[in-house]
Write a protein that binds this ligand. Structure first.
Ligand code: SIN
Ligand code: MN
Length: 245
């Protein structure tokens, strides 16, 4: 596709050698293989995390999602159920009001758990690697089973100042491959289909911050066998305001 261009095979002047098994996930972003700018401000970082980093994120996701403040299937304001299990960290996104809040008032009234420091550090580094800054105070974790999907939408529930500044959304995918749709800032704009595979990151900010996107389908059985699970976890990191909380 002519709009795409490879930025570099190895970012930050490093060797591209993948992290070893003792590295923490905050360091696992060192093993980028390729970064494609798929639209101005939108970057697909293929192979951003090695399998050890993926395993570590997966373990945290499962622990959090099945913990005392468990993931649930949100019902949105039209009354429909989402096709993912969701757990918000840092701030809760209320599917009925499309607003952020400290507690899950649309579900069980429990407080949103904090974002693990390693997650925040990872998101910061991924943003920095494409020349953007992000100090995330929201992480939305979604689990997609084989039937999981998400319709085309804009991420526009963060503060006006954050959106106007183009502070990016940083997305990390673990598990089964997703057919990710990425369009323009208008719903009718052409959409490209991108395969997000396990360990990929996707960053969209600046002029791409309000681009429509979604997940049309999950490809079951495509997760790395070493991870030992079915389905897909996706984490999106955002910064609600210019100063994160
Ligand atoms: C989202 O748009 O919130 C999730 C995107 C994804 O699952 O890749
Ligand atoms: Mn989104």
């Amino acid at each position: 596709m002519s709009r795409r261009r490879a930025r570099s095979d190895v970012l930050l002047g490093l060797t591209g050698k993948c992290a070893d098994s003792t590295r923490v996930i905050a360091s696992a972003g060192w093993c980028y293989r390729t970064t494609m700018e798929v639209a101005p401000g939108a970057f697909h970082l293929r192979g951003a995390l090695d399998v050890d980093g993926q395993r570590e994120i997966f373990a945290r996701c499962r622990f959090l999602m099945d913990g005392p403040v468990a993931a649930y299937v949100p019902v949105v304001r039209g009354g429909g159920k989402m096709h993912v299990r969701m757990l918000c960290l840092g701030r809760h996104w209320n599917g009925k009001t499309y607003r952020y809040e400290p507690i899950r008032s649309d579900f069980d009234g429990q407080p949103a758990p904090p974002i693990p420091d390693e997650f925040r550090a990872l998101a910061r580094r991924l943003a920095e690697s494409v020349g953007m800054t992000l100090d995330p105070d929201v992480c939305i974790m979604n689990y997609y089973d084989a039937e999981g999907r998400m319709g085309l939408h804009q991420d526009k529930d963060e503060s006006e100042r954050s959106l106007a500044a183009g502070l990016p959304v940083v997305s990390v995918s673990i598990g089964d491959t997703a057919r990710f749709l990425f369009g323009g800032t208008k719903r009718r704009d052409a959409v490209q289909t991108i395969s997000l595979t396990s360990g990929d990151a996707f960053v969209f900010g600046g002029p791409a911050r309000l681009c429509y996107h979604g997940v049309s389908r999950i490809l079951p059985g495509t997760a790395p066998p070493e991870l030992g699970f079915d389905g897909r976890f996706n984490l999106t990191f955002r910064q609600y305001d210019l100063q994160s909380s």
